[in-house]
Ligand binder design. Structure first.
Ligand code: URA
Length: 432
């Protein structure tokens, strides 16, 4: 089987067979197919797309390109969640403790942030002492004991995805639904998930800016899950403005704890409850109504907050930070931005806010950059709010002198209207 024939077949719009996909992926992972041929195939997929069966075979081939995590020693049905990434997305931190507190095991492997979006591992490391690198046995023991543990992604999972993703990044082929869907799902499956809830973000701060694309991506991932024997549900959710009010690592943990204490903002609270409900429905095979009741009780009783405390303690973190979240507000400097005019907020550009937070140290411009866990941006207002000239609209938390560029970026993220502006729904659609 020659790589050039496989490329030609896809270039001409034909479906690749299971053997052709397996062969290409395993040879590329071993290094016997060079980058230039893989790049050509990626571009052919970008333009021609893939049939459902091809996407499932591609996902399987990527899962088998490296190690898979054997979580069979964890008792019970393991439910995972994945977000396609947004600004201020701290849902893993709010949802996992709820689900774990209901006796559903959530062994979570999370990533770090890059560019304008954050990563759960960076956020958890804002808690002094929190260890995100655990041996597999310790990870499994913790989940068996507490139903919850969070670690960084293992280096040996889905090596084909790592190589292909790096290549996509430099060949303008990242934005392809079959390639995104297989990349995401191969990692979830290799990490040992039995059932999966996907949060597909849609809007100005997301990979998928419009509803049609988000829907196609969600359907493609749900179909992969089903084809590979994993019950999967996808929620298409709004990412037209940052989620919640806080963006930045420690700041986001503070807000996640607020939600678990019943004080969080409406958008984050609503999404937390819905995602947790779908995870509980999958984990306990119960109706939406039954799951919703359990989730609400776990939130209101403080059971979910206690689960987070237990997790922080078990992974070496300082629980005083969960008991007193003001400890996360320790950046040396706080610079306030005020409204330049009276008016309604029409839009807050999430990418600009995420970029501003990154520029003060809350994120990485490139791999390997270090993170300032105390830095970030706090919004005081959201879309639809009426604001008077001079009212506080945002606070930037920083350690060093603030560059004018950051101030300009965060100020210009706010767009104004003289007329009332309606809020957008938090959840657009659920795909099962
Ligand atoms: N996230 C992934 O893991 N893979 C993609 O291709 C895009 C986003």
């Amino acid at each position: 089987m020659r790589a050039v024939d496989i490329i030609q077949k896809k270039r001409d719009g034909h479906a690749l067979s299971k053997e052709e996909i397996e062969n290409f992926i395993s040879s590329y992972t071993k290094g016997t197919i060079p980058d230039y041929q893989a790049a050509a195939l990626l571009m052919a997929i970008y333009f021609q797309g893939m049939y459902e069966s091809e996407v499932s075979e591609l996902t399987k081939a990527m899962v088998h390109s490296g190690e898979t995590v054997d979580l069979s020693m964890i008792q019970g049905v393991k439910v995972d969640k994945h977000s396609t990434g947004g600004v201020g997305d701290k849902l893993t931190l709010t949802v996992l403790p709820i689900v774990a507190s209901l006796g559903i095991p959530v062994p979570k492997m999370s990533g770090r942030g890059l560019g304008h979006t954050g990563g759960t591992i960076d956020k958890l490391e804002a808690i002094p002492g929190y260890q995100t690198e655990l041996a597999t046995e310790q990870f499994i023991d913790l989940v068996n004991k507490n139903y919850m543990a969070v670690i960084g992604q293992s280096g040996n999972l889905t090596p084909a995805d790592k190589k292909l993703y790096a290549l996509r990044d430099v060949t303008a082929t990242v934005h392809s639904i079959p390639l995104i869907a297989s990349s995401v799902m191969s990692k979830k499956i290799a990490a040992g998930a039995d059932r999966i809830v996907l949060d597909v973000k849609c809007g100005a701060g997301a990979f998928m800016e419009n509803r049609e694309e988000a829907m196609t991506l969600a359907k493609t991932m749900v179909n992969i899950g089903h084809a590979l024997g994993r019950k999967t549900v996808a929620l298409i959710t709004n990412m037209d403005e940052p989620l919640g009010y806080y963006i930045g690592n420690g700041l986001e943990i503070k807000e996640a704890v607020d939600v678990l204490t019943g004080k969080g903002p409406e958008d984050l609270y609503e999404l937390t409850k819905t995602l947790a409900t779908y995870m509980v429905m999958l984990g306990k095979e119960m109706s939406q109504k039954e799951a919703e009741t359990l989730v609400t009780d776990a939130l209101l009783s403080g059971q979910a907050r206690n689960k987070l405390k237990e997790n922080v303690k078990s992974q070496g973190g300082d629980v005083r930070y969960i008991e007193n979240t003001e400890l996360f507000l320790q950046a040396k400097e706080q610079t306030t931005i005020t409204a330049p005019t009276d008016g309604y907020i029409r839009h807050i550009d999430p990418k600009m806010i995420g970029q501003g937070a990154m520029m003060v140290g809350a994120g990485r411009e490139k791999l390997g950059d270090t993170i300032d866990h105390e830095a970030g941006v706090q919004l005081h207002k959201k879309r639809g709010d009426w604001v008077e000239k001079g009212d506080k609209i945002a606070t930037i938390y920083h350690q060093k002198q603030l560059k004018k560029d950051v101030l300009t970026l965060v100020s210009q993220a706010f767009h104004w209207s003289n007329h009332p502006v309606s809020k957008k729904p938090y959840i657009y659609q659920v795909i099962t």
